[in-house]
Design a protein around this ligand. Structure first.
Ligand SMILES: Nc1ncnc2c1ncn2[C@@H]1O[C@H](COP(=O)(O)OP(=O)(O)OP(=O)(O)O)[C@@H](O)[C@H]1O
Ligand SMILES: [Mg+2]
Length: 249
């Protein structure tokens, strides 16, 4: 059984069909890229999976449990954590404090019985482990707002990892980065993915990054899946070339 399974997932905004009968199955340990033109529905797909937006129809199963339409804090507690397309961190707090707060957000209820100090210690340990996974240990005390853009994007990944997810959803982790910053961040991400064997859903416009990191690629076009295959097969698919890649291969 796939860890994450979608069937017939549809989301309408008025007359607009942002997601159109999306089916997809993500296996444990897989890095799945989701690509497609602007407005194809990629972020909406993340929103319906993580409970930020309710699907209009269809089913979403995570580890066998139906999560479609469940609130996002519940979905997060079950083990799906995400980053956002737009940077979302507290700029005046240190990198470590940002990661600690993220850890606490997932585990708040479970840890309440241990009281304040216990919660803090547990969350701090998870934050340190996550910073280490993303190569950020040395900047742990730096205010997030003073980090380079590349480190800010990696910190967001660390914040998601501090929640100990079973599935990590990354929405354009290299958005807004320069060519050099992208290369560095992707090296770090590649090492992290290799070492952690995380199950990942990755939205990314940079095709070099996609073809380097992804095991499998889902292509969305006007809300519908037009291809779902290995990177090589997707690259060679004429429908994908037409809709999106425009001769990338
Ligand atoms: N809350 C909303 N209300 C109305 N329309 C929305 C809403 N969210 C998304 N849409 C529309 O749904 C479509 C899909 O948007 P979405 O943000 O999922 O695309 P995307 O593939 O992530 O695009 P990009 O590559 O630009 O990030 C777009 O036409 C968008 O305008
Ligand atoms: Mg988007």
């Amino acid at each position: 059984m796939a860890l994450l399974e979608l069937e017939g997932v549809t989301r309408r905004f008025g007359a607009l069909v942002a997601l159109d009968q999306v089916a997809m199955a993500v296996e444990e340990g897989e890095v799945r890229a989701v690509i497609g033109p602007n407005g194809a529905g990629k972020t909406t797909l993340f929103n319906v999976i993580t409970g930020t937006v309710k699907p209009s129809a269809g089913t979403i199963r995570f580890a066998g449990e139906s999560i479609g339409g469940q609130p996002s804090h519940h979905v997060c507690r079950l083990g799906l954590s995400r980053t956002f397309q737009i940077t979302a961190l507290f700029p005046e707090m240190s990198a470590r404090e940002n990661a600690r707060l993220a850890a606490q957000a997932r585990h708040a209820r479970r840890w309440q019985p241990f009281g304040g100090a216990g919660v803090f210690r547990q969350a701090a340990a998870l934050a340190d482990a996550a910073l280490e996974q993303l190569g950020l240990t040395s900047i742990g005390d730096t205010p997030a707002g003073l980090l380079s853009h590349g480190d800010q994007r990696l910190l967001e990944v660390a914040m998601a990892m501090a929640q100990q997810p079973r599935v990590l959803l990354l929405d354009e982790p290299t958005q807004g980065l320069s060519v050099e910053e992208t290369a560095q961040a992707v090296d770090t991400l590649a090492r992290f993915l290799q070492a952690s064997r995380m199950t990942v859903l990755l939205v990314e416009h940079d095709m070099e990054v996609v073809f380097r990191l992804a095991h499998r690629i889902t292509v969305l076009h006007r809300g519908a899946v037009i291809a779902d295959s290995t990177p090589d097969a997707v690259k060679a698919d004429p429908a994908v070339q037409d809709a999106y890649l425009g001769g990338f291969a």
